[in-house]
Design a protein around this ligand. Structure first.
Ligand SMILES: Cc1cc2nc3c(=O)[nH]c(=O)nc-3n(C[C@H](O)[C@H](O)[C@H](O)COP(=O)(O)OP(=O)(O)OC[C@H]3O[C@@H](n4cnc5c(N)ncnc54)[C@H](O)[C@@H]3O)c2cc1C
Length: 529
């Protein structure tokens, strides 16, 4: 997979996808397979935004039972099976346990009924799935069993637990790359670090976009009949590139996960529910609840998810020490013995997720948007050929791609696939578990670094540290290690000393909130001053 700007600028595409997160990647793959001449670009590295920051759970929708949202459940079940079958080497089943608090107004028998319903609604969940990836039936566990499986949980406060399986993409970044690689194997053209600047719509119909190479600063046109806007939280900003595509500005919440030293269980994702949290509008359970998942992740525990209303511009988004502190305090509310100190926090994942404001007077009165939408702007009086994906979950990418293909096949002939199917070759650089294997061979070997650069479009040190491997999240990155990795990349990419310093600084910048946190806490994790 090579970054080929001249093929982009000389091509004439059926569809150009803007945004290489999970939605752009899966849609690019499905369109390419269906015979659309497809291109996909990202203004940054592929999967450098929200899709890298997910809690990695591919939801089967059991939680949507509380809203009795069967459609959403069915869509999640489809998506879970899709990922388990299309990328079995990157997606595995995830056993989950959620304890039921004694004070809960929902009694164990109600959970038992709900679990039977969950199995009925997901009756076809294992169709096409290999035996080792099958999702078993869900169960209600008695307190004594929970105490055995999770000895660190205080069994005195619970009346049992629900036990079910979901799926997990432990390397969600690799999964995105994998779909982009597969799209390319099926004839798509892909380029990271290419920003869409303008949508060109003579006669009220898309004719192409003007794009900018983020390295050279040069602009060029890409001809296309259709633009698919998969820009995640930039959806609204992107539509500003075209005046008639405007729509009302969405609200976002900052979402945050923490990666900490191992806690609770290395085999199960454990959900712990507490009082207080975010009111679920339209839920059958009107009570405010807070639920955190403690997920085993590459020998650590990932805890998620904390939300707070976000007020700034999407591109200015960053997190600070206060967000981390607030989250840690929330975790201690639901699980006091977690005893998370600044030193135990290894990494964080943060991004923006769309919300619906319920009460304008309260910052905490919002609900996460539920349904991913496909918006055809022609139907809103905009030009022909602009389609936006208003995404809500990583999981929804699969079902959204399916719905989009169905929609396009019914739509005007002028955006029918041109039949320019590429040569369906094997994906040579299959994602495998390389990112994990690499950790056993530190520092990275030069031929692996070369492979990331030559075959996987890695251009910056951050690309390698955060998205081609998991080094950023799992290793204690010393200055020396960063320096030597940057020098190795520099050999291949012709970096001078100034560029090497810049690349190392860019990686360190990411760790700034954790550095500040550690500096303001003493060794016992207590706040200084
Ligand atoms: C902390 C957290 C935990 C989460 N946990 C889960 C979970 O467990 N399960 C789940 O299903 N979902 C989860 N989600 C939600 C999920 O991560 C997102 O819904 C999903 O990743 C969005 O994917 P996307 O492809 O739409 O957007 P993104 O991944 O944000 O991709 C959009 C891309 O568009 C690019 N772009 C923007 N503007 C331009 C332009 N002008 N030109 C070119 N490119 C452009 C950006 O650079 C970016 O790469 C979580 C989210 C967060 C933040």
């Amino acid at each position: 997979m090579k970054r080929d700007i001249s093929t982009l600028s000389n091509g004439n595409f059926d569809a150009v996808i803007i945004g290489g997160g999970i939605h752009g990647a899966v849609i690019a793959y499905e369109l390419a397979v269906a015979g659309y001449k497809t291109a996909i670009i990202d203004k940054n590295d592929f999967t450098a935004a929200t899709s890298a920051n997910s809690l990695k759970i591919i939801h089967g929708g059991i939680r949507y039972l509380q809203d009795f949202d069967i459609q959403r459940m069915r869509e999640s079940i489809y998506s879970r099976s899709y990922f388990l079958t299309k990328a079995p080497h990157l997606v595995k089943t995830l056993p989950c346990i959620m304890s039921v608090q004694k004070h809960s107004s929902i009694k164990p028998f109600m959970y038992r009924v709900a679990l039977v319903l969950n199995d009925v609604v997901s009756w076809d969940r294992n169709q096409g799935v290999t035996k080792d990836k099958m999702i078993p039936r869900s169960q209600f566990l008695e307190t004594s069993k929970v105490a055995k499986l999770l000895p660190k949980i205080d069994a005195n406060n619970i009346s049992g637990a629900i036990f079910w399986h979901d799926a997990v993409a432990l390397d969600s970044e690799r999964l995105v790359l994998y779909f982009i690689q597969k799209a390319v194997s099926n004839g798509a053209v892909a380029a990271n670090y290419v920003k869409a600047q303008e949508i060109n719509t003579p006669q009220n119909r898309v004719r192409g976009i003007t794009a900018r190479c983020q390295f050279s600063g040069k602009t060029f046109d890409i001809l296309t009949k259709m633009v698919i806007n998969c820009t995640g939280p930039w959806l609204f900003d992107f539509l500003h590139l075209h005046p008639s595509g405007r729509q009302s500005k969405p609200n976002y919440a900052l979402a945050l996960n923490l990666v900490v030293e191992p806690l609770l269980s290395d085999s199960y994702a454990v959900g712990i529910e507490g009082q207080g949290g975010y009111r679920k509008d339209g839920s059958l359970m009107k009570k405010e609840k807070r639920l955190f998942f403690f997920m085993p992740w590459h020998g650590k525990t990932m805890i998620g998810t904390y939300y707070r209303k976000y007020h700034g511009n999407v591109s200015d988004f960053s997190i600070g020490r206060d967000d981390i502190n607030a989250f840690v305090s929330n975790i201690h509310d639901v699980y006091p013995s977690a005893n998370i100190t600044a030193q135990k926090i290894c990494f964080y994942h943060a991004g923006l997720v769309p919300i619906r404001q319920i009460d304008d007077r309260s910052n905490s009165s919002f609900t996460l948007k539920k349904h991913t939408k496909i918006i055809d702007h022609e139907r809103k009086g905009g030009p022909k050929g602009i389609i936006s994906i208003d995404s809500t979950k990583y999981t929804t990418a699969a079902v959204t791609a399916k719905k989009l293909l169905k929609y396009l096949s019914k739509k005007n002939k002028h955006i029918a696939p041109s039949g320019m199917k590429g040569v369906p070759t094997e994906t040579r650089y299959s994602a495998s578990n390389k990112a994990i294997d690499l950790l056993n061979h530190l520092p990275l070997k030069m031929d692996e670094i070369r492979r990331f650069i030559r075959q996987e479009m890695a251009f910056t040190l951050s690309d390698v540290i955060f998205r081609r491997t998991n080094l950023g999240a799992l290793e204690n990155l010393s200055d020396n290690l960063l320096q030597s990795l940057a020098q190795s990349m520099g050999q291949e990419l012709g970096w001078n000393e100034t560029k090497i310093v810049h690349e190392v600084e860019a990686v360190k910048q990411y760790f700034l909130p954790l550095k500040v946190l550690r500096e303001t806490h003493d060794d016992s994790g207590k706040k200084n001053g």
